[in-house]
Write a protein that binds this ligand. Structure first.
Ligand SMILES: [Zn+2]
Length: 167
């Protein structure tokens, strides 16, 4: 189990370390490879009320995502659970969305930084600046994340330019 990490900037740092450790250097981040290497099984079930469940078992850790949600949402859930895992959160199981807590915020932050590293988002945001009309959609597809998640990240990184798109 990973050592316990506290602050949210530490969550961002840990996400960067994980990408480096697994030689991930371009989007979309291959979560499957990371899970496989860590021995974390991933499966999907049609839940009614939860986005995902993480059984944080020392021997057989399992992430279960909601098969009714879109792939991009499922990926975010997997990245969030990997946050609990790599940040060393000690609970035996997590059901998402969980009640707001420091650990939940840190897992969210880890997930955003794992799937959308600041440097990559900046780089692609600039690269597609001629495509103001649908830059969000292009980048969301490139990073394999939801538009909502990408929009949040772009705002957080204060990248400027027009964020909202006409639908
Ligand atoms: Zn959580």
């Amino acid at each position: 189990m990973a050592p316990r990490v506290k602050s949210s900037s530490a969550a961002a740092r840990r996400a960067a370390e994980v990408l480096k450790r697994f030689d991930v250097d371009a989007p979309p981040v291959a979560l499957e490879g990371i899970c496989r290497a860590e021995g974390i099984a991933v499966c999907a079930r049609p839940f009614d009320y939860v986005a995902g469940v993480f059984i944080n078992d020392d021997v057989f850790p399992v992430i279960v995502v909601n098969s009714r949600e879109r792939r991009a949402r499922q990926r975010f859930t997997i990245a969030h659970e990997l946050g609990h895992y790599f940040l060393g959160h000690r609970r035996k199981s997590f059901a998402e969305p969980a009640t707001d807590s420091r650990q939940e915020r840190d897992a969210q932050r880890f997930a955003a930084c794992l799937l959308m590293p600041a440097a990559w988002v900046r780089q692609y945001w600039r690269a597609y600046k001629a495509n103001v009309e649908n830059r969000l959609s292009i980048l969301a597809a490139l990073f394999d994340v939801s538009r909502a998640a990408l929009e949040l990240r772009v705002k957080e990184l204060a990248l400027g330019g027009r964020v909202r798109e006409k639908r």
